[in-house]
Design a protein around this ligand. Structure first.
Ligand SMILES: C[S@@+](CC[C@H](N)C(=O)[O-])C[C@H]1O[C@@H](n2cnc3c(N)ncnc32)[C@H](O)[C@@H]1O
Length: 271
């Protein structure tokens, strides 16, 4: 029997099984912290690499990391509160959390919050906090928002049911900070009948893509040739909408530029 084997076997006999479990957890935690420091130092600004390292499907299975980099690289060093709906691993409390750890590495000064319908407290760590509840439960969402304070990025990677996605957006978008970004992933469910979508009627406003498509005109509400048009909350508070394959980015901000032509009465200028 080797010396190491002998030492391990006497340690095994010395500690109770509960104690051994705690030691393993302690080791795993510190190993993860060390790993995190190394990965951040080597790949901190490369979200695609971080997705692969942390096992998130945002690169490789989906191709989302490139779009996040485009919209978020300039925010990377800021102190943000980031909320992701859907932690992963479904009903296994120990599984999931890959994207939370990826975000923590990519945004070194931010706090990362996750919501899941299953208890994911096993993933709580420095700068990561999870909440257990449904994205459809407005009371729960209000408590989460109250606890977090200002939220700068919201990522919906939860149930992906059209009704849930839109209900959550209607509730959380007004609570997003004034220049925050709201992101919806896996918008392909817009086309799937079983989850409330449709591939035949693409203009329905109760599918995720159908709803966001209709908000596009609101970006230009100041150009509507209607004297008494009353802009909606979305008209006034969205400054950009970016559509990609299976995901949408909605940029919040005051859409208050007005129309330079209509306001000067030059709308019929020939050009
Ligand atoms: C696709 S996984 C999330 C993956 C994770 N964001 C990542 O990128 O690694 C979806 C998660 O949403 C959770 N979920 C499903 N329905 C939900 C709901 N109504 N509210 C909150 N979370 C929900 C599931 O339990 C599952 O863990």
């Amino acid at each position: 029997m080797s010396l190491i084997h002998a030492l391990m076997s006497s340690a095994h006999n010395y500690f109770s099984s509960e104690r051994r479990k705690r030691i393993r957890k302690f080791q795993a935690f510190h190993f993860r912290q060390l790993q995190h420091v190394i990965f951040r130092a080597l790949f901190g600004s490369d979200l695609k690499a971080l997705a692969v390292i942390y096992g998130s499907d945002k690169w490789g299975s989906h191709w989302y990391a490139q779009h996040y980099e485009r919209h978020c690289s300039c925010l990377r060093k800021q102190r943000l509160n980031i909320l992701e709906i859907g932690i992963g691993g479904y009903d296994d409390p120990e599984a999931g959390g890959e994207s939370l750890r990826m975000w923590r590495a990519y945004f070194p000064n931010s706090r990362i919050f996750g919501i899941d319908i299953c208890d994911k407290r096993a993933h709580d760590e420095h700068r990561i906090k999870t909440f257990c509840g449904s994205q459809t439960d407005e009371k729960f969402l209000s408590e989460v928002v109250r606890e977090i304070g200002d939220i700068h990025l919201i990522i919906d990677d939860g149930s992906h049911l059209n009704e849930h996605v839109l209900g959550t957006f209607r509730f959380l978008f007004p609570k997003l900070s004034k220049d925050g970004i709201y992101i919806v992933e896996d918008t392909q469910t817009s086309y799937w009948q079983g989850v409330g979508g449709s591939s035949s009627d693409l203009d329905r406003s109760d599918t995720t893509i159908g709803f966001f498509k209709k908000l596009v005109d609101g970006l230009n509400y100041a150009e509507f040739d209607k004297s008494h048009y009353a802009p909606t909350y979305y008209d006034k508070n969205i400054t950009a909408i970016h559509f990609y394959h299976n995901m949408v980015f909605i940029q919040k901000g005051f859409n208050s530029e007005g129309s330079n032509l209509l306001s000067r009465g030059e709308w019929n200028t020939p050009w």
